[in-house]
Design a protein around this ligand. Structure first.
Ligand code: SAH
Length: 351
């Protein structure tokens, strides 16, 4: 197995059958070798730096019905909210005070936020914080809408592909298609966004072969960022009684992604921190280099409930910032409050 890991380290590529062998055959004692190799590559490109993004969850209304997600349209128990432009700006002001230079605006697919309202929101943030990077994460939209947001000043877009296994994708996403998800990701790249894809680990019925498809898809797409985290059941969804993903499997996949895409921006996600008290630290030690502390106003924080047990819903933004800094330092890394663009990013004007 070490030979396969060495090959991945050297070539930044593995054949389908090699990835399958690696995922099936990796023994616990070989895991630390994989993590060490991933660390080495991450250190080579980004040193010990961990980039911080301020996450603002600005609406939990959603027209979609993803089977795993707590804010799906059919969940009548979800207590819905949306922030006003002023509330989002206030969250950014607090973010700036704490040193953030990048804001991630995430939400459900909320029809209240038409293109013109989103453009207004992006322009308002850019006007007040011209140097900050804005990341959007609001789901599938037509090409023209993505273009409008980009022209208004959005710099990055997170749209996890969720799973590259078409059959599994279609089962989990009623009235959606994997083909369209891929088309959206291609459009975002073409427009010139720094793009984030990614998937969940431990979905009901997800197998090694499905992860292999995820890895191959990511290698083909070459996104700037990859967000992966364990699936965690939410009690008020059809998958509420299922078992969630594990720390071990997620860490292995993080490390493989670091080796496949050496310069990728790779978050240690909140979901990883939720299934294990040191999940995010372990994620960093397996090759991750980004964290996304929460800047969502306290009064609504708990309502952005994608899965049960989500951490950090009770802490003020300042407390989150302090806590994560201590954790990062203790784990042997350094905070970087810069914009944290991808290493090969040449700026938005070249497009
Ligand atoms: N509407 C946006 C944002 C989705 S929420 C979009 O479509 O991109 C952000 C991410 O949370 C999703 O992409 C999904 O991967 C993750 N997520 C949702 N429900 C989850 C669950 N039960 N467990 C773990 N992750 C979940």
């Amino acid at each position: 197995m070490r030979a396969i890991i060495d090959k991945l380290y050297k070539d930044q590529f593995l054949q389908e059958h090699e990835l399958t062998d690696l995922l099936y055959g990796l023994k616990p004692e070989e895991e630390s070798y994989l993590f060490a190799k991933a660390q080495e590559i991450r250190t080579k490109h980004y040193g010990k730096k961990v980039y911080m993004r301020g996450l603002i969850e600005f609406t939990n209304y959603c027209k979609r019905d993803c089977q795993y997600c707590g804010i799906r349209a059919s969940n009548k128990k979800a207590d819905r909210y949306r922030l006003s432009i002023d509330q989002v700006l206030d969250a950014c002001v607090e973010g700036e005070r704490l040193g953030y230079q990048t804001y991630v605006l995430q939400g459900g697919e909320d029809e209240y936020f038409t293109d013109s309202r989103l453009v207004e929101l992006i322009e308002a943030i850019k006007k007040k914080f011209p140097k900050a990077a804005i990341t959007l994460s609001v789901g599938e939209k037509p090409y023209e809408s993505y273009l409008k947001y980009f022209e208004a000043g959005a710099d990055r877009y997170l749209l996890r592909h969720e799973t590259a296994s078409e059959e599994l994708y279609n089962r989990l996403h009623p009235r959606m298609s994997f083909l369209h998800r891929k088309e959206c990701l291609n459009n975002l790249k073409r427009i010139g966004y720094q793009v984030g894809a990614g998937f969940m680990v431990g979905l009901p019925g997800q197998k090694v072969e499905d992860y292999v498809r995820d890895l191959i898809y990511l290698k083909e797409l070459e996104p700037h960022m990859v967000g992966i985290g364990p699936f965690i059941p939410h009690k008020d969804t059809p998958l509420g009684g299922e078992t969630g993903g594990t720390l071990e499997q997620t860490l292995i996949l993080l490390a493989i992604i670091r080796l496949l895409l050496p310069k990728v921006l790779l978050p240690a996600t909140t979901a990883l921190g939720t299934i294990n008290p040191f999940g995010r630290e372990k994620g960093l030690q397996a090759g991750a280099n980004v964290v996304m502390p929460n800047l969502t106003p306290m009064q609504v924080r708990e309502k952005y409930s994608l899965y049960d047990g989500k951490i950090c819903t009770g802490d003020e933004a300042a407390e989150c910032r302090r806590c994560i800094e201590q954790r990062i330092n203790k784990a042997g890394f350094e905070l970087d409050m810069g914009r944290g663009d991808h290493k090969e990013w040449r700026g938005r004007d070249v497009y």
